[in-house]
Design a protein around this ligand. Structure first.
Ligand code: DGL
Length: 253
């Protein structure tokens, strides 16, 4: 039986989900958190759906064994392919996923041009496209970004290398987009580089606040909110200690 003081587990293929952890801590500072970054197996977004599902289920099992009351899948790629299996394997844990926030972007720019930047696996799944259905006049450009996760995992998110990668990938869209959906939890960390490439006119949308709000609502309705905790523990599957340091740095940014 879950207790209020039990931690919330948050996981991603690596350090990207820290962007969601940040939003969760801001919304619910009194909760205890365990963050697990699977950097040893990153990136997930160029793997097959079966591989991603197996990896996500293995991480969820680790967190379940630590007694989490909720599991936030802070990875668009895992949410796109593994959500049903995660829910089936952990029926007693509140599970919340994250999807590219296409609905919010389309509601803000219903006749505009909206880019969706995400990993190749998330884009190929197209699971989030239902969100655009109420806005048939919005033009949605799907933009897979195969190496961007590696740039963030290497801590190079605010560098000339990031600018060069994005400049090349986004060249066909410069001056043409109204909004860009950051459809991978690693991407909020390249926001400065994205601004340098795309300029100030493009609005950015990411799903972290919506995910934090959804987690709050689910815990509230299960009477599982905690106001007396405040611990955050970060774990990583990689033996490279730099990833823990990078995670702490990103959490504080
Ligand atoms: N950060 C994850 C996402 O939101 C996955 C990145 C990856 O490992 O490809 O999609």
């Amino acid at each position: 039986m879950a207790k209020r003081s039990d931690p919330i587990g948050v996981f991603d293929s690596g350090v990207g989900g820290i962007s969601v952890l940040r939003a969760l801590v801001q919304k619910m500072p009194g909760e205890n958190y365990i963050y697990f970054g699977d950097s040893a197996n990153a990136p997930y977004g160029t793997r097959t759906p079966q591989e991603v599902t197996d990896l996500a289920c293995a991480v969820a099992e680790k967190l379940a064994q630590q007694g989490v009351k909720a599991l936030v899948v802070a990875c668009n790629t895992s949410t796109a392919v593994a959500m049903e299996k995660l829910k089936a394997e952990h029926p007693d844990i509140t599970i919340v996923g994250i999807e590219p926030s296409v609905g919010l972007a389309a509601a803000s720019y219903p006749t505009g041009r909206i880019g969706v930047l995400a990993t190749p696996t998330t884009i190929a799944g197209r699971r989030f496209m239902y969100q655009a259905e109420p806005y048939p006049q919005a033009r949605i450009d799907l933009i897979p970004a195969p190496n961007l996760v590696e740039i963030v995992e290497a801590g190079k998110y605010d560098t000339e290398e990031a600018d060069a990668y994005l400049g090349n990938l986004l060249a066909p869209y410069i001056g043409k987009l109204d909004a860009l959906v950051l459809g991978c939890t690693h991407y909020p960390f390249v926001e400065k580089a994205l601004r340098r490439v795309l300029g100030d006119r493009v609005a950015f949308f990411d799903g972290s606040s919506l995910t934090a709000a959804e987690t709050y609502e689910k815990l509230r309705s299960a009477d599982l909110l905690n106001e007396n905790g405040g611990n955050v523990r970060i774990e990583n599957s990689s033996a490279d200690k730099k990833l823990l340091e990078l995670s702490m740095k990103l959490l504080e940014e």
